[in-house]
Design a protein around this ligand. Sequence first.
Ligand code: PLP
Length: 436
Amino acid sequence: MLDGSKKLQCSRKISEKISEVITSGANSPGRLFRDVETPIIIADKAKGSIIQDVDGNEYIDYMMGLGPNILGHSPDIVSSTLESQIKNGAVFGINCKYEYELASRLVNAVSHVDEIRFTCSGTEAVMTAIRVARAYTNRPYILKFRGGYHGHSDGLLTHATKSAVRNNPLSMRDGIADVVRNATLMSRYNDETMVCEIFKENGANIAAVIVEPVATNMGLILPDVSFLGALRKCCDEAGAVLIFDEVVSGFRCSYGAVSDELGVIPDLTTFGKVIGGGLPVGAYGGRRELMKQVGTNGGVFQGGSFAGNPLTMVAGVAALDELSSGHLLDNTKLLVEYFCQRTREKFEAYGIPFGIQSYGTMATYIFNSDMKSLRNFDDVELQNSDLFAKFHRRMAERGVLFAPTIEEPIFFSTVHTKEQIDLTVDLSVEILSSII
Ligand SMILES: Cc1ncc(COP(=O)(O)O)c(C=O)c1O
């Protein structure tokens, strides 16, 4: 049990020390556990589907590094590749063959991607894809969706409500020039009428629409394919660039991009997380005609000391090769369906008035008894976040760790087991029955 004093003693002490030297006590705000009653947990190590904190408590982990660890923590296939690469150099400053290896896998797996560039984070990938779109169209505006998070570059923090900063939304505003903020237009996810209206008024000035084809930063929201189709149509008619942000969904839902699964094809796609095998990474790619804006061929600059570094590249290649047959992802998707089905059945049997929705290897609870599904960020905000805060703590006390915010999905990996799923569902029912 995490009684908040004894079993998390080391976590608390280290957290206090961190706060003395790391501003606000974390390098990323979600780690402060502000949205949940659970005290801050400090990680020690992790393997497979289990993460262990510095007090020695173990948890079935449904964060999976917030997405990257599709093969679980520290998969042997990736670790052994890294062990041998680290002896042969971690960063060269000149090209290495592994950049080709990973890039060619991405190009081969995603239909519209002729060329790709690597960055060190999803943030940089999205930021640069937008730069490409602006260069290509010579227009200033981008259109994004409320609740959509695409990294922390200036123009993308607008309307990127993150629960970790909900109590202080200004913390996402300061330091951003009005001219940048005002160049970001905002619409509602799954609302094609609103998008069409915005295009009617501003189409001639819109460089790009940036959207997750499956929204993974407002719980987990499935798109209406007609909504994505409307985005495609509006962009085509106005001459704007459609960018799909698949930093989370890419290679996690199937081997490749969600766009190919859904049959709506963007002009550019951003990747990250899974494609680095657990190491820091980002990538953006698309049609050659657009990508040739970048580098010596065009006027768009992007570089980076660690972009395409050999460690990330070999880790990414090892992870993608493990996933490429599709079996592991297919099995995990079946497990997620089983998790959802069992949750629904048990919730109904025990009178718990909530639902669950999933896509690929991710899922989200619906903590609102009036809603059958979540369709946009307005719905996400109408959930019972106080209940989630309690639920999170009780689950952690019993050894199940979800992301400490209702806005992140439940992330599964290929190494979660049916027994772990059964345990998680049973615990969720027991705990929710006692707190609702
Ligand atoms: C959809 C999406 N895009 C971009 C990013 C930014 O990626 P990174 O954290 O690697 O900068 C994230 C991060 O969670 C994300 O969820």
